[in-house]
Write a protein that binds this ligand. Sequence first.
Ligand code: ADP
Length: 384
Amino acid sequence: MKRVGVIGGGQLAWMMGDAAQRLGVELVVQTPHSSDPAVSISADNIFAPVNDANATAELAKKSDVITFENEFVDIQALSNLAQQGVCFRPKLEALAPLLDKYHQRCYLRDLGLPVPRFVALDLLAEDDTTLSQLGFPVVLKTRRHGYDGQGTFIIKDKETLKQKLESDITKIVESQVSFLLEEFIPFERELAVIAVRSVDGKVVTYPVVETQQEEQVCRRVLASADISLEVALEIENIARTLLNSLEAVGVFGIELFLNSDGKVLINEVAPRTHNSGHFSIDACETSQFEQHLRAVCGMQLGNTAMICPGAVMVNLLGYEISSSDYMTKRQQIEQIPQARVHWYGKTESRPGRKLGHVTVLLDTHNRDQAMAIARNIESIWYPN
Ligand code: ADP
């Protein structure tokens, strides 16, 4: 397997570039715009939306195997290609239960894995029994195409929920968006784990990390998370059960809630490399991107151990509409000892857009130190 077709050309595909070179693998990318980050690392690009299956048929002609950096694909249309012998890794059956948040929750629950209590919100049948089961605040999520907190709403009371649904109802009926409603989890911390499964069924996991979200967008990741061995083992088990059940091949990102009583619940599973694993580029023996390529190309998996006692990753999020490359700020951040800045080369900045990230390697495993470094980076990056 030497030519890997990648559906999606954002930063996740771009970060596969270095690993591909190291492994002697060629990447071919299907992405809508010529300015997308991964266009520069691809030997050959197909400019088309990720859900354009005709474009994927072209991609297949240029690739030995097709993988995903973006899962918002048209599974139905792609399954025709799979029937014609196109090799998708992970296979489409492993993606299918995950693309709709309600189906994903059902799949995880049916596997016996811990998830928040949830219901599908059928707008027309919305009634008080459903609501009273979950209580308030309650979390309303669009079932499909949500990312970076787009489509996730924390609703404080019944009146606000009614207003939200009524204000969105025209849009919803037109575009047939449907919702999931779930209990609000007063978590103590949010955690994540990157897990990978090889063609021959071996599963390995990275150290569990703590993720910190603000307004539902990931701001920083602390590696590894300060958790008990018991919790770490439970999370490893969850990852193993899930990837084996899906017969997945490749990297999967799993986001979790940790409650104050030590109970772990799964928030979300992404069938691809994940923001919570970016620290692995600089802080682990094998990055999640190399690991993903290794898995989908049928190679042996690499070592997931960290090469330093700790690391902190900070996302550089857009905070204005601009076409600046923020060179001065990036150089200032690079002055921080052991800091590695990864800049995605996006031509436009918008509030909340992921423009790059910084990982700082630490010589201790101290949460306060990691947080102080994160705050310093953010004070350089964000205007007061
Ligand atoms: P997305 O798919 O857009 O990333 P998520 O469903 O992962 O959205 O939610 C983003 C963030 O919103 C989570 O990281 C968490 O901080 C918060 N959140 C989501 N669901 C819940 C919940 N049930 N209870 C409490 N907070 C939640």
